[in-house]
Design a protein around this ligand. Sequence first.
Ligand code: C2E
Ligand code: MG
Ligand code: MG
Length: 768
Amino acid sequence: MKLGKKQLIYSIIVTFSFFTVYVLIYAYHHRDRNDLIYLIFNTYALIAVLLGFLLVLYRERKQRLKKETDHKRLIYMAENLSAPAMLWSNDFSEVVLNEALSSLSGVTVRPDFDAKHIVPGFFGKKDMTDEDIRELVLTKHQEYPLTAANGEKRAMIWNTCAVETDENGVTWLLSIGIDVTDLRTMQSEIEAYSKALTVSKGQHNLTMELLEVGVLLIEQGNRQMFPSEKLQKMLGIPEKEFTVQGLREHIYPLDAVVYDRYVDTMRMHMVEFLNKTDSLELRIGSAGGEYRWYSYRFKVTENPTTGRLVTGGSVIDITKEKEKDARIEQIAYEDAVTGIPNRNKLMLMGRDLFKATQELKTKYWVIVMDIDRFHLINDTCGYSAGNELLRGFAQAIIKQLSFGGFAARISGDNFALILRDTGDDTLPEKAVKRVQRTLAQKATGALSGRSLTCSAGYARMPADGESFENVMEHAEFALSSASDILGSIRRYTSEMHDTIIEESNLEAQLTEGIMRNELTLFYQPKVSLETGEVMGLEALIRWRHPSGKLLPPSVFIPIAEKSQLITHVTRFVLNEACRQAKLWQSMKLKPVVMSINFTSTDFYTENICGIIISALKRNELDPRWLEIELTESLALKDIDTTIERMQEMRDAGIQLAMDDFGTGYSSLSYIQRLPFTMLKLDRAFVMHMDEDPVVQEIVRSVARIAKAKQIRTIAEGVETPEQAEQLRQAGCNYAQGYLYGQPMTAKETEQYIRRNMAEMQKKQSAGS
Ligand code: C2E
Ligand code: MG
Ligand code: MG
């Protein structure tokens, strides 16, 4: 029977009572009281000492037993944890590994391989001091590598805490491990994929529940909108502005076409949407002017009481989602001046993307850019103006990422831009040109009157290097190879090291080249998407360099543009194109519209209209067979002068095409004010059409709006029959691209047109 504390005390009291009663009875009979009291006293004292001693012994034993039980319980707990765990003493006299840890690591405790060997190993150390242990307890969530029993590398996070200290001052620690390998792999995969591919769509579904949700109901015919209070708060737009037109005013200009398209479609075909779910992603600006991304996920249902159709759905802010990665890495990887990623991030991302080129067979353009003579700006206008310019430059570069890619500031005025290469060799140049156009407009305030330009060099990844660093080096090499030419855009070539042209005298060579008739025109057909008939030709300039190379316009047009040479080049093109067109007409070839490209310098040349008219007259070509291709950048200068000048050309009977539409910043409504007769959709649209429904929507609405305005549409860079079919279905009129023919010499073009005429005739006679 176990003796409890209470029983012990009861027994003592009972014993004492009996003894006292016994002594009193004894004393009463013997009457020798003094002796008796003395005896009682002594006996009591002896018994008290004995009992005290027994009590101390009892308590010690009890404490020891408790400690042993606690320790056993700890061991039991550690052993039964499902997560890998170990219990160890800070003097390394003992360690207990649980089953999960033993089987993961393949380590078992043996007498010859004790805690001293085992424990530090898990924390990547050979041995551990008290300081190390203290740090371990304090630093949670640190990752340590672990080689698993099967040889795999795993990443572990250890949570260590001191659980008890024994009488010898030995502290026991419990370390619980979390295997985060899969998490890390998943994270890096998601990151790599989301950077490597354009995956904005659908992502928000993941976080939908976590985000604030607004509700928007639109009654049939878009007659009335009913925004929830939350939505009004989210968008920062007052209720009275929730009308089709009112909301449109808040939409980011580039997204407005998408919105228009939806509004129109819903208005016309609401019944077709019945009980279907769809979604729309737009950037909407609050009253404060800040644009954020929103997704409207909606369904069309019938209101049973009124019988009217109602579009209803949720609106969520997906800005965070779109900026998620950037935010996480903001601190370590953000450039303090411009707020865009820094060099560290660029290197990480670049290496990742290089890996993606191997694993996913994707390709990229690596472009490096710098602002020409930036040090002069800094020196003469001050650092704050310099920094402001860097910020503007960074933003202009970032804007080139609409179809996915990456940008960073490398150092000083040196920036890098990585763009996905989907086969358009002109993409880097176009992107840089857009940056250049934006940069030119930054010459205001302290910088007013300055001519701001930037230069670029680019290389292809992985084709132009064995590693990302190597590709970067080559792009930088291309950049530096033309450092003395302002605004140069250079592609890296393996021959670059022994450059064919002495850069410094390229301008002089071009002057001579013009005089020696080294410039020549190639022609690329424009074909009707309905019939396959050639409708036009674009004259594209080439330079037959004395070295034997045929130089593309990208090599010399920018240089010509910076000097007065561009006027000579354009006059040659104008005259030659008119002459050739007339010649083919007189040879009884099917008359087609001949297009030539104008830079904004050309467009703003004094009396340009008179110059064109006299070229037409000289060659006896009817103005309706001449088309001038202009880019939207010129319209950004001064819209009224632009309209006036364009109208003058139109009045003379000349056709006007907007080249590279969609790559600039103007909205369609802005462009509609300009008297164009043709709209040339940039190649980027064609490339992304089959993978991105939003792009399809844009193309469709652009074609529809253009049609309503009597403007024809043509798509550039069409390379596959599928693209052609998609464009045809989207309502596009014409196409131009390698599918129909590359730019070719006059002789080849003549044969091409003849072949096409014969084919058309054959078709016609087969049809009749
Ligand atoms: P652009 O006017 O947009 O001309 C289209 C460019 O895309 C041409 O490059 C053409 O060869 C290329 N291209 C056409 N179809 C395809 C295709 O299916 N796939 C791909 N990847 N590319 C295609 P090019 O001839 O090198 O001309 C480049 C740019 O140089 C032109 O762009 C135009 O802006 C400019 N340019 C050409 N000729 C002249 C000229 O006489 N004067 C001026 N000022 N600029 C010119
Ligand atoms: Mg063109
Ligand atoms: Mg173009």
